[in-house]
Design a protein around this ligand. Structure first.
Ligand SMILES: Cc1ncc(COP(=O)(O)O)c(C=O)c1O
Length: 278
């Protein structure tokens, strides 16, 4: 029988009502692409999960256990999405954490989203969201379970022609998309917003930065504002499932799908085939 979810290693759909993930968003998650029957960038996802657990003081799950459970779930599936959620588990008194905490492992496979192939080829239309991202240095970069800012931002538009919305922080810096990280090409330079106050340090963002470095492209993480976006020669978005989507329009501005974006897409395709482990 091919199960779609495992909760603490047991096939099932139901999480304890007392789980702190539900009550407080007390946990983390990873979303991995399964392609050709394997999880892409497994080691990077596990590193981020480990680091996130350390920062939230959640006992990290055993990597071999997670690997075995992931392998069980994706067995026989060519193309899918694997979501791994780690919560601090149940218990404690109010916000006070239980000692020792017994974290919950929730693994679930689902079909790949059916984004049109044209998104990666021709680019996507992007808007600027009104909803802002608040600063919190202790949570910045983490893929934690509190995603209300993104949920509110995503409520701002319904038209399917717009694929993504960019989010600014409360001081007007451009940070990321609602479910993607953002890159700008300025001449021969690759830039991406610094994520030390808010935002999610995406796995694909890290992969793209590493590729850029390997192929000798000057790249920097720094504060970016709307004027920088207006001046950019190319813009693109990244996440683990979509890879790289060029931005074709940002509000009323049209942008070309430039050479640097194309080069990075080509390198990413090669790297994806090499860096698949489950
Ligand atoms: C808010 C946000 N930023 C960035 C990303 C990209 O992260 P990753 O590259 O790890 O998929 C995501 C992914 O879901 C996200 O939700």
């Amino acid at each position: 029988m091919n199960h779609v979810s495992l909760i603490n290693g047991v096939p099932g759909e139901h999480v304890a009502l007392s789980d702190r993930g539900l009550h407080y968003g007390d946990g983390l998650f990873e979303t991995l692409a399964v392609r050709d029957g394997v999880c892409e960038f497994w080691d990077r996802h596990m590193q981020r999960l480990q680091l996130g657990c350390e920062r939230l003081h959640i006992p990290p799950p055993s990597p071999t256990l997670l690997r075995d459970e992931a392998a069980t779930l994706i067995h026989g599936r060519e193309c899918a999405v694997l979501k791994i959620i780690i919560t601090r588990g149940s218990g404690g008194r109010g916000y006070q954490v239980p000692l020792p905490a017994l974290p919950a492992r929730i693994l679930r496979v689902s079909p790949q989203p059916d984004h049109p192939a044209s998104h990666a080829r021709d680019g996507v239309a992007v808007r600027i969201c009104d909803q802002r991202l608040g600063h919190n240095v202790s949570l910045a970069g983490l893929k934690h379970l509190n995603r209300l800012e993104q949920v509110l931002a995503r409520l701002e538009w319904e038209t399917p022609e717009i694929a993504e919305g960019l989010m600014l922080d409360t001081e007007g810096r451009v940070i990321e998309g609602t479910f993607t990280n953002l890159f700008l090409v300025d001449g021969e330079h690759l830039l991406t917003p610094e994520l030390n106050r808010c935002g999610v340090a995406g796995i694909m963002r890290g992969v793209v930065l590493d590729i850029a470095q390997r192929i000798g492209l000057a790249c920097a993480e720094r504060d970016i504002d709307l004027d920088d976006l207006g001046r950019a020669d190319e813009l693109f978005l990244t996440n683990s499932l979509i890879g790289i989507w060029p931005v074709r329009t940002l509000e009323a501005r049209r942008l070309p799908v430039g050479d640097i974006t194309r080069r990075l897409q080509t390198h990413l395709e090669k790297q994806r085939n090499l860096d698949c482990i489950a």
